[in-house]
Ligand binder design. Structure first.
Ligand code: NDP
Length: 312
């Protein structure tokens, strides 16, 4: 049945194309799931070892407002930091906090020699200037990689702090040996925190990159060309099996809370046609926190002069 629906499925992962229709005992078992949990655990164990060697690393977070998901994410980041032996400082402010007070807190953390990394959890409450607050974080402490200095260095192929989710996508692809050089990569979504940075990282890995967004006409025509497809939109089921090239590696960044739990942007049936696929939950999500911890260590190294951070 699988072969009838997706007559080319199976022509992937470097294997020769089998003939179709395939016999019922076909070895094709669906996409290899690129699970983030195990890899993230290994990265977190490495971070813990290195944090112990470095000593006294510290991550400070700033959360403004009542967004329940943000509170959950920040709590998880603190748990992960503590588990890795990284001190974490948790600043949670009411939504009514004036922007100037948030900026003053960030400034205090910038000046605090005991703080290596600063993370301002987004989104900020409506009316607050997100760019202004993000840009107030010292670039060397900007573990999220959102500051224009860090975004600029990524553009220049000289990455310093890289947005954690984008870095996590690349680690998952690398871990599973997905070929990138010379491959067609299509990224759906062009946000500063996921779509654009992951596109630049794929480009740096010598993929040929297309970026799609809400104004793209005929999205399916673009995605069907992709050997590597990254969906970072936040629309459940946007990517259907018919939009995926058989054998492609599909990275589902999307997270939407549905009645039955978290769902990604990629229809579950895509597992029948893709060569590799990240599950939701348990794919990119765990990688984001692991990469944030790695970024905190990087900040600590920059600040101790163990690695060079360019002068502003
Ligand atoms: P944004 O809302 O900032 O960006 C969404 C992007 O999707 C925009 O570029 C938008 O286009 C594009 N888009 C919207 N609708 C369509 C459409 N119908 N067809 C094609 N493109 C479309 O979201 P984020 O980048 O912040 O996050 C994306 C998803 O990833 C969300 O579900 C978020 O929850 C999840 N996420 C997951 C993380 C993880 O750790 N797994 C971390 C961060 C985010 P346009 O620019 O034209 O508006």
């Amino acid at each position: 049945m699988r072969a009838a629906v997706f007559p080319e499925a199976g022509r992937f992962r470097g294997r020769a194309a089998p003939s179709f229709p395939q016999p019922l005992d076909s070895p094709w078992m669906g996409a290899v799931l690129m699970r983030g949990a195990d890899l993230a655990q290994r990265i977190r164990a490495d971070v813990a070892r290195e944090a112990e060697e470095l000593g006294g690393t510290c991550l400070a977070t700033v959360l403004v407002g009542d967004d329940p998901a943000s509170h959950v994410y920040v709590t998880r980041k603190h748990e992960a930091a503590e588990a890795a032996g990284i001190e974490s400082r948790d600043h949670r402010l009411p939504a009514s906090t004036p922007e100037e007070d948030v900026l003053a807190l960030v400034d205090e953390l910038n000046e605090d020699d005991g703080v290596d990394g600063i993370l301002v959890q987004l989104p900020l409450p409506p009316g607050m200037d997100e760019a202004r607050v993000t840009e107030s974080v010292l670039p060397v402490k900007d573990v999220d990689g959102f500051h224009p200095v860090n975004q600029g260095h990524l553009l220049l192929d000289k990455p310093l702090h890289v947005p954690a989710t984008a870095a996590g996508c690349m680690e998952l692809l690398r871990e599973h040996g997905v070929p990138l050089e010379g491959q067609e990569a299509v990224v759906v979504g062009r946000s500063q925190i996921v779509g654009k940075p992951v596109s630049l990282l794929l480009l740096a890995a010598n993929a040929t990159v297309t970026i799609c967004h809400s104004r793209t006409t005929d999205l399916a025509a673009q995605t069907r060309r992709a050997d590597v497809l990254v969906a970072a939109v936040g629309r459940p089921g946007l990517i259907t099996p018919a939009m995926v090239k058989p054998g492609a590696a599909v990275v589902d960044v999307g997270i939407t809370r549905a009645e039955h739990g978290l769902v990604g942007d990629v229809d579950a049936q895509v597992a029948e046609v893709a060569g590799w696929l990240t599950p939701v939950p348990g794919g990119v999500g765990p990688m984001t926190i692991a990469m944030l911890l790695r970024s905190t260590l990087l900040a600590a190294r920059f600040r101790r002069g163990l690695l060079a951070f360019p002068a502003a």
